[in-house]
Design a protein around this ligand. Structure first.
Ligand SMILES: Nc1ncnc2c1ncn2[C@@H]1O[C@H](COP(=O)(O)OP(=O)(O)OP(=O)(O)O)[C@@H](O)[C@H]1O
Length: 576
């Protein structure tokens, strides 16, 4: 394409094609956070525009001193784009805003920036930012340093831009092939689960957003140099909406599609006689986009690519029986029966409902402890508050004597708390092995050691034969196993299992009991269950919760004889 567009065609085509590549870069930035990370930003034109202004300001002031505006463009665009994106991401992700709020706030950012760019006039050194008139003295792209610096021809600018786009693209692909990419994929699939794997999801999202801002900023710098002028319209809503359109047209999440979309839309506009984007383009693009979403929701690349066989169609019933011989190696640590986690007057209210009512309990570093109680007793709320998924209204959580009440969930997981929530949560687009590997790697930070641990866990949960199938292909019971396996991969000191036997066959339940007993020799295990036969087989101390508070404790046989406990299960009024 390079040769066809840039070399053999005339200068004008090369000139126009350069702008497509610049837009392709900002679209690549957006595809990173949207296609790969799952956050739709409508504000990427802000980072693009800032890159263009930064290039103009830095180029005007520095080009006379150092020459090469290519270098100035890359550095100034990348820095300003990354910085602006990091600031925005900090508020979005550390404020734990939802996806819709993220999109709306980034859109509002476009409105604010447009108004500011139109209204503000100021000088930075020799550069003049002229409000509604934009920046009219933007230096053209030059290569070489000092006296050797020479302006590039349209062909030269195109080739430099193409080389830059290729390097950035390859760099992004390489980065995503690393554990970083797998974590980002986990975040897109299930943010909460990825945090429970021990990853600081806020930081990962911020880093991805900053990287995408840097790429958008470089695209903007190239665009500013290309046009030798920056208009405040770069922050317009029309411009802002074109970027997700490029991504959609090309195929979201494909990365290549970002460039394909920009070239396709830019080419269409060129063909229709509208310059970069103009003329009849808006009309044709709008109609085309509706057709595309209806007929090819995965974009152009989605049409040409063979559809991957959906994992969910490959149900198999050949789960092996797990083998517990690996458990000793999985844990293999000394335990002493000391108190590991303690709650002191823990309270969680939802409006008028006190779901956890001044609960003070202790859990040791070994043995099993069961929590039972009728529906709505507050069992799940208690567990999730201990993990930091819910913020308590009152009380404290201590782990190994240290107060962790204000800690983010991922920190508690890294410290040694693992949880399987009531509904199995796995990463459905990742393989069974990847699910386990992500958990093991978050703890071990060593690829080979994580792989070894995954092998042992697969053997224990009986999913070795299905290791390379997608999580979404597993049956409900198998997903429960995988979720338990994920917790084991974390090398936890204390494990919370919320209804682990739900959806399991009798045989699987027996295996689970044997496994939990074995694990409890090395780690504390807290089980919430409604299945009383399962609880009896675990043969451990039981605490009954009722209306959020601790109601009774003892062995399951003692509690089954306790009239007050029977009353709450049968819904009879009690005097407690
Ligand atoms: N996110 C929430 N918002 C409002 N109320 C909630 C929320 N989560 C739980 N509750 C309420 O808190 C109380 C305790 O719920 P919780 O799910 O902890 O009980 P549970 O013992 O785990 O019940 P089950 O055995 O049915 O899972 C219930 O009255 C429930 O309706």
């Amino acid at each position: 394409m390079a040769a066809v567009l840039g070399w053999n065609a005339d200068q004008y085509v090369a000139h126009i094609a350069t702008s497509w590549l610049a837009f392709g870069l900002v679209a690549l930035g957006l595809d990173l956070v949207w296609g790969k990370g799952g956050d739709l930003s409508l504000g990427h034109t802000v980072f693009f525009g800032l890159g263009a202004y930064a290039y103009g300001i830095a180029g005007t002031n520095l080009a006379p001193l150092i020459g090469s505006t290519v270098v100035i463009g890359i550095v100034a665009g990348a820095l300003i784009g990354a910085l602006a994106a990091a600031v925005v991401a900090f508020f979005l992700f550390y404020g734990r805003l939802g996806p819709l709020q993220t999109t709306i706030i980034t859109y509002a950012l476009v409105l604010v920036m447009y108004t500011a760019a139109v209204g503000l006039t100021f000088n930075v050194g020799d550069a003049y930012v002229g409000g509604a008139n934009g920046m009219t003295t933007v230096p053209m792209l030059t290569l070489g340093f000092g006296d050797g610096a020479a302006p590039l021809s349209p062909h030269g600018i195109f080739l430099v831009t193409l080389a830059l786009a290729l390097v950035i693209f390859i760099g992004v692909l390489a980065l995503l092939r690393n554990p970083f990419g797998l974590v980002i994929s986990g975040i897109r699939q299930n943010l909460l689960k990825t945090e429970l794997l021990g990853y600081d999801v806020r930081l990962y999202r911020l880093l991805l957003f900053a990287l995408s801002g840097a790429i958008a900023g470089i695209g903007g710098a190239i665009y500013g140099a290309w046009a030798m002028y920056v208009s405040p319209n770069i922050f317009s809503v029309t411009q802002a909406l074109l970027i997700p359109i490029y991504v959609l047209v090309g195929g979201r999440g494909s990365l290549w599609g970002a460039f394909l979309g920009a070239v396709f839309v830019g080419g269409l506009s060129f063909w229709l006689g509208g310059g970069v984007v103009g003329g009849q383009t808006t009309l044709v693009l709008g109609g085309g986009l509706i057709l595309l979403i209806l007929l090819a929701p995965r974009g152009i690349l989605g049409i040409v690519r063979r559809r991957r066989v959906a994992g969910g169609e490959q149900h198999s019933t050949t789960t092996e029986r797990g083998d517990l011989s690996g458990v000793d190696e999985l844990f293999g640590r000394e335990v002493t029966g000391r108190v590991l986690l303690e709650t002191v007057d823990l309270q969680k209210r939802f409006g008028g409902v006190t779901a956890t009512d001044n609960v003070s309990l202790q859990f040791q570093d070994c043995g099993i402890h069961c929590l039972i109680g009728p529906n709505g007793a507050g069992k799940s709320t208690f567990l999730t508050t201990c993990l930091g998924l819910l913020k308590p209204n009152n009380g404290r959580v201590l782990f190994e004597g240290q107060e962790i009440t204000a800690w983010a969930p991922y920190r508690r997981v890294r410290e040694g708390l693992g949880i399987k929530l009531q509904v199995a949560r796995i990463l459905e687009e990742c393989t069974v092995r990847e699910n386990l590997w992500l958990a093991a790697y978050s703890k071990l930070r060593d690829k080979a050691a994580a792989e070894r641990r995954v092998g042992l866990v697969l053997q224990t949960i009986g999913l070795a034969a299905r290791a390379d199938e997608l999580g979404g292909a597993l049956s409900h019971g198998e997903q429960q196993w995988l979720d338990i396996g994920v917790v084991l991969s974390l090398e936890p000191k204390l494990i919370f299992l919320d209804e682990p036997a739900a959806g399991m066959t009798g045989e699987e339940r027996r295996h689970t009991v044997a496994m939990l007993k074995r694990i409890s020799q090395f780690a504390g295990v807290v089980v919430v269950e409604h299945d009383m036969d399962f609880i009896r087989e675990l043969d451990s101390p039981v605490t009954v919760l009722h209306q959020g508070g601790v109601f009774a404790s003892g062995t399951i046989d003692e509690l089954r004889e306790d009239e007050r406990v029977l009353d709450i299960y049968l819904g009879r009024p009690t005097d407690a």
